[in-house]
Design a protein around this ligand. Structure first.
Ligand SMILES: [Zn+2]
Length: 268
């Protein structure tokens, strides 16, 4: 998981480009809405800069206004496609076209960090769009903060400074009866990451089923490695060998993907 680079653009200009690509009467109605959208963009930016995004209120719109705002995202236009391409292209090369939430699948969709059904005015605001895979997008749904304590539950890759300390760990174990290796991923705050932020991390991993995803992925990888070693007596049950194999395989990935990338959390 890596931080994302925000697009160096004025979001209201992108809204205007998309509006101009619409036909009447939607185009005219969006023009009437534009000053209030600008106001809301300013509010978003202010809350973002002061790291108080969770305190942003929901506006009430008529069903027609809500539909017009959502039309900006739900109905494809050239300016919208260009905006989405720009968001993807603005990221570091090695994380381009990868789901920014799980780091496994391709980023075929955009997640609306503040869900578009509740915040339709932000549906084409680039700072609210996270490239991700359909599965993570579906699992996140409208969740972004917890109803009980009003604190955020999804890491915001534009806003949050990702810890440089390791919090994702892997337990490698050998089943001598089945003669196979298994893995378990777990979260642990051994480096005393800020407790509030660690709580966001825990909610994020739970909501997106990330530990299970990584286990499935790793078990698949292990099976492939294991079959390539079948017949080697020295390998059976020797986790040091498999750890070294993985360390060699993942050399360099920490730099590109961070210390909590699921492929790099193996330690010797
Ligand atoms: Zn994903």
């Amino acid at each position: 998981m890596k931080n994302l680079s925000p697009l160096p653009i004025k979001c209201i200009d992108e809204f205007e480009k998309i509006r101009l690509a619409k036909e009447s009467p939607t185009k005219g109605r969006l023009l009437i809405l534009k000053p209030s959208v600008q106001q809301r963009y300013d509010e978003y930016d202010k809350k973002f800069k002061s790291n108080q995004l969770e305190s942003i209120s929901e506006n009430t719109y008529s069903s027609e206004s809500k539909a017009d705002l959502l039309h900006c995202y739900k109905v494809s236009t050239k300016p919208l496609e260009q905006l989405i391409t720009l968001i993807r292209e603005n990221q570091e090369d090695h994380i381009k076209r990868v789901c920014q939430y799980c780091g496994i699948n391709s980023d075929d969709t955009m997640d609306h960090y503040l869900p578009k059904e509740r915040y339709p005015e932000f549906c084409v605001k680039s700072l609210n769009l996270i490239p991700c895979c359909p599965r993570c997008n579906q699992l996140k749904g409208e969740y972004w903060k917890d109803k009980n304590d009003n604190k955020r539950g999804i890491i915001n890759l534009y806003l949050d400074s990702l810890p440089t300390e390791q919090y994702l760990f892997l337990d490698l174990h050998y089943n001598p009866i089945l003669r196979v290796f298994g893995v378990s991923f777990y979260l642990d705050n051994t480096s005393n990451i800020d407790a509030d932020f660690f709580s966001i991390i825990e909610r994020h991993y739970t909501k997106l089923h990330l530990l299970k995803k990584y286990e499935d992925r790793f078990n698949h990888v292990y099976q492939k490695i294991y079959s390539s070693f079948t017949g080697s007596k020295i390998f059976q049950g020797n986790s040091k060998i498999i750890k070294q194999f993985l360390l060699d395989e993942t050399n360099g990935l920490k730099r590109d993907f961070g210390v909590n990338y699921y492929k790099t959390v193996i330690t010797d």
